[in-house]
Design a protein around this ligand. Structure first.
Ligand SMILES: [Mn+2]
Length: 397
């Protein structure tokens, strides 16, 4: 049997409202160690967005290297594949590629070329388990538009994977082992983190005639799910909620079993979360509701809080001080205001959303735009515009 542990979108170094999340990442690493000890996968796949930014802090990089070294010491037979996502810098990931090979970790930062031809061989490797070939692995990083153009002016992600499959099938040479691949793109027809349709150049159409990989472990979408009719083309989702839009998602890793080349089972194992992302009160409230919701939190409840407030609450000068007073003696930490405007209220100049520089830096651009729109018009931004904005934001990442 061959067992794969699929995970993605770790976003190491990710912060919320400027708060460090390394305790959550450490808890995830401990969960990984436990899960690998129990489940004994042959291969662990990290399908892109390993880091939250292209230039993570020294401390974040130290923890990443330390994890990979520790996993190798504990599980010398475990192989690891790490591929680049759109948040990662390919050249940064590649810094450790040669060293990590000694720790059974294969790192692929970008598609490589032999002169002008794509070097398929660089992406395709054989996974050996108990001294026998167990799988053909295609390590595909986030594809840049130049990578696709190399295959033709209008080449698609599907064209890329079709060529890759043909190459890998040739390497497999008829043996009874699966061909598995990684990837970091948006498969059309899937649901984004916040349930809205997604558009952008990362998009690839995954239909029934997508090349017949035995499994494709995808990253980029943070909600665990499969693509269309293909149970074996999946997103594992990330290990931690990326932001408040993901606060109700179960986070998990995916385990996939093969007997010979046949996929026999897919399971998800939930990742326990040590810090909750909470939006309180449940309904937008006034100051009294906010106070009650804050004071009701158990003192030792570790949570990041977004405060759901009607916009009548106009105390811009000291509202952060007030919230900190409500939270005195509690472990929970205030992050953002979620300001909801009463539908019929008149729009006034004083309703403007205000951010400190720090808050602004740590807020998702789409959230800023949505909030301002809500404030100005009392309505929600049309999904059509959200899609367009997402495309623009995605392009600038
Ligand atoms: Mn991601």
């Amino acid at each position: 049997m061959f067992r794969l542990l699929h995970t993605s979108d770790w976003h190491l170094g990710r912060k919320i409202a400027g708060y460090d999340r390394s305790a959550e990442f450490e808890a995830f690493f401990e969960f990984l160690e436990r899960t690998i000890a129990e489940q004994k996968p042959n291969l662990m796949m990290i399908s892109g967005d390993v880091f939250d930014t292209g230039a993570p802090s020294n401390e974040v990089v130290r923890r990443y290297c330390s994890l990979l070294v520790r996993l190798h010491a504990l599980f010398p037979d475990l192989q690891v594949v790490i591929t680049c996502g759109n948040h990662d810098s390919p050249s940064f990931l590649n810094i450790h590629a040669e060293v990590l090979e000694y720790f059974s970790a294969k790192v692929i930062g970008s598609v490589e070329y032999q002169e002008t031809e794509i070097d398929w061989q660089k992406m395709v490797s054989e996974i050996v388990s108990d001294g026998k070939p167990a799988a053909i692995l295609c390590s595909v990083p986030y594809l840049r538009s130049g990578d696709l153009r190399r295959l033709g002016e209008n080449a698609t992600i599907k064209d890329f994977y079709t060529k890759l499959y043909a190459f890998a099938d040739n390497v497999r040479a008829g043996s009874n082992i699966p061909i598995i691949a990684t990837g970091h793109f948006t498969a059309t027809g899937v649901t984004s983190s916040d349930g809205l349709p997604i558009v952008g150049k990362l998009e690839g159409e995954v239909t029934d005639n997508f090349p017949p990989f035995d499994y494709i472990g995808l990253g980029h979408i943070h909600r665990a799910q499969h693509c269309g009719n293909r149970q074996n083309i999946r997103y594992s989702g990330g290990p931690l909620a990326f932001g408040f839009v993901e606060n109700r998602q179960n986070k998990s890793v995916t385990l996939v079993d093969f007997e010979g080349s046949k996929l026999t089972e897919i399971r998800q194992i939930d990742i326990p979360q040590i810090v909750d992302l909470m939006i309180i009160p449940a309904e937008p409230g006034d100051i009294a509701d906010v106070e009650q919701a804050c004071r009701q939190l158990p003192d030792n409840k570790d949570a990041f809080l977004e405060i759901n407030i009607k916009n009548e609450f106009k105390t811009p000068e000291n509202k952060n001080l007030i919230i900190n007073e409500f939270l005195a003696g509690k472990k929970a930490r205030f992050c953002n205001w979620h300001i909801q405007k009463a539908k019929s209220a008149n729009v006034q100049e004083s309703d403007n959303v205000q951010y400190t520089t720090q808050e602004f830096k740590n807020t998702d651009p789409l959230e800023v735009i949505s909030q301002i729109f809500r404030q100005k018009t009392s309505g929600d931004l049309d999904t059509k515009y959200i899609s367009m904005l997402k495309e623009i934001i995605e392009d600038r990442k």
